[in-house]
Design a protein around this ligand. Structure first.
Ligand code: SF4
Length: 337
């Protein structure tokens, strides 16, 4: 088996493998991860700002057509939530919201980001896709990163699961990372939602997308996440459920194809799996997450979360697991000067 892999090798890496073959590739992935990232796992936490959304993605609890109890934090409440995370050591924060500019506007984000940068080393957003100029405005306020998942690269499936709102427009979403790159954002995270279409086909499309972005926006760090539909509260069954073994193979394949790219695994996955993947390819994890706007403070209004969390451990417990695996949990790896 060859030592180095490129995009051309991805079909081979994604093809059916025996347990022995997968184990050998996992060891290679472990060595590559160690070579580029050392024994470290970066930690961050999401901060949900609002569950109001104009779209109706079939797989999401914030879907506008559902009778969901919703909430939107004002800036004071959002800062209160952020402080709860900050006191537990979190220095990298991801602001998440449903896609509704009436509830989460660029002005709102601008004010909030500027305030958060007084306490956090980096602030990223996962909100409605914006124009390049709007990303530039937020970058001036201190925004570091953008997360935007294409959900599926299969246009037919995309059309079936995104029936209303601006998200219907595949191309508008597809070119969002480009607009972030043009705005000079330091980090851009992409991914697809595992479960909507054949994961091997999706992985090939994602890898081409990542390769293009890495080459074109070389000043930005491109990273890849693996959001997998495990279970959600309302009735939606993913048409192409992805097994844990498939997820592991996907992570190994992308690590070997892109040895220098951060790979992120969220609390959608169960603790045992997350612990097993420390060092195999994953370099970044969320911890102590809550997908309910206002969910970190006991005083704020109760509403519903976007999806159920599988790893409900505290930030402290996730850190301890990383430590036990012989890796260092990293809360801060960046500071703007
Ligand atoms: S996935 Fe995002 S855009 Fe779609 S309904 Fe949920 S919050 Fe809205």
């Amino acid at each position: 088996m060859k030592g180095k892999f490129t995009l051309k090798d991805l079909p081979y890496l994604l093809a059916e493998k025996s347990d022995n073959e997968l184990y050998t590739l996992a060891e290679k992935a472990r060595r590559e991860t160690l070579r580029f990232f050392g024994r470290t796992i970066k930690l961050y936490a999401p901060l949900y700002l609002s569950s109001y959304c104009r779209n109706s993605c079939a797989y999401c609890n914030f879907n506008a057509t559902l009778d969901t109890r919703r909430n939107r934090l004002n800036i004071k409440e959002a800062l209160h939530e952020a402080n709860v995370l900050n006191r537990q050591g979190i220095k990298h924060i991801l602001l998440v919201s449903g896609e509704d500019p009436d509830h989460i506007s660029v002005d709102y984000l601008q004010g909030l980001i500027a305030k958060l940068k007084e306490k956090f080393a980096s602030v990223s957003i996962e909100v409605q896709p914006l124009e390049t100029e709007e990303y530039k405005t937020l970058a001036r306020a201190g925004l570091d990163g953008l997360t935007v998942y294409q959900e599926t690269y299969n246009r037919k499936v995309y059309e079936q699961v995104h029936r209303h709102g601006q998200k219907k427009d595949y191309d508008w979403r597809f070119y969002t990372p480009d607009r972030g790159g043009q705005a000079g954002l330091r980090e851009i995270s992409i991914g697809f939602l595992l479960g909507l279409a054949d994961w091997r086909q999706e992985a090939l499309a994602l890898a081409e997308h990542a390769d293009f972005l890495i080459k074109k926006y070389w000043r930005s760090q491109i990273s890849i996440s693996f959001p997998r539909i495990t279970r959600i509260s309302h009735s939606y069954s993913p048409p192409y459920p992805v097994k844990e073994r498939d997820l592991i193979q996907l992570i190994i394949a992308l690590r070997l194809t892109f040895p220098h790219v951060d790979l992120t695994l969220s609390t959608r996955e169960r603790p045992e799996l997350r612990d097993k993947l420390i060092g195999v390819g994953i370099t970044r994890m969320s911890a102590g997450s809550c997908t309910v706007p206002g969910g970190y403070s006991e005083t704020l209004k109760a509403s519903e979360g976007q999806f159920d969390i599988e790893d409900t451990r505290s930030i402290e417990k996730v850190s301890a697991s990383i430590d036990k695996a012989g890796y260092e949990p990293v809360f801060k790896d960046w500071e703007a000067i």
